[in-house]
Design a protein around this ligand. Sequence first.
Ligand code: SF4
Ligand code: SF4
Length: 295
Amino acid sequence: MPELLVISGKGGTGKTSLTAAFAHLAREAVLCDLDVDAPDLHILLAPEIETREDFISGHEAVIDPAACTGCGQCAERCRFGAVVAEGAGCRIDPLKCEGCKVCVHFCPAGAIAFPARRCGEWYRSRTRFGPLVHARLLPGAENSGRLVALLREKARELARSAGYRLILADGAPGIGCPVISSLSGVDAAVVVTEPTPSGIHDLERVIGLCRHFRVPAGVIVNKADLAPENTASLKSWGAANGIACLGELGYDDRFTAAMIRRQAVTECGDDGPAAELRRIWDRIQEWITRQARAA
Ligand code: SF4
Ligand code: SF4
């Protein structure tokens, strides 16, 4: 049961549109949206939520106004400016509280509780392409890496119990914490890039991260026809660095039209980008099989 991750060096490369198309073509996959800071795969897949659970991570300080004497020690000791004077006492700004527990320790009145922090929700849903595991972080909530690890664990459980042959995940753009958490231990990463100068730079960074985690990476160049010289540079850089080129796609309004209809572009016809994506998907499957044999 291989885990395939779709990522990009930066946002806006078309990563989620391509993931939705691959989800449509794969059929027998557990789908997973690991871009937990800005999830958007659900917009195209229109999931029906089957189970919903809280994502609890870390703790936060909460002052009991009835017990607070207003001595101000918590405000003096909080390095994050999270304590706000209010009337004769204080309250904690939950968006600023880092959960360090210093105020709890030093409050002479024992007026500060330290409950577990609810950072968001995660869901198991049904979509027309198969089950989807996804999440929503609350505004200002952190620990996205931990949430990614949780979603991956739940996707693997679901795939094992229901006998799915593939986990297909939409990762976050860039090289931050959620991407690192998404990459470690996956079987292969498809990197979607575009032929701009920053696209090349971002590709180099994300490929460096794949190498660090020893994850085989293949590249798809999207909107390749907008800058053929840059596309050629991307491909020669990939060839020189042993990166598989899985395909290229030209700029096509049909991606936008499909998005407006909340569909994968492969649902909207069999020619143009849909035909090319079918060829790329076949190539990806052969590539994953080769990687599995070589491992
Ligand atoms: S340290 Fe305790 S008693 Fe003093 S202001 Fe803070 S919460 Fe209130
Ligand atoms: S737990 Fe730490 S960060 Fe939060 S209010 Fe107390 S001292 Fe400040």
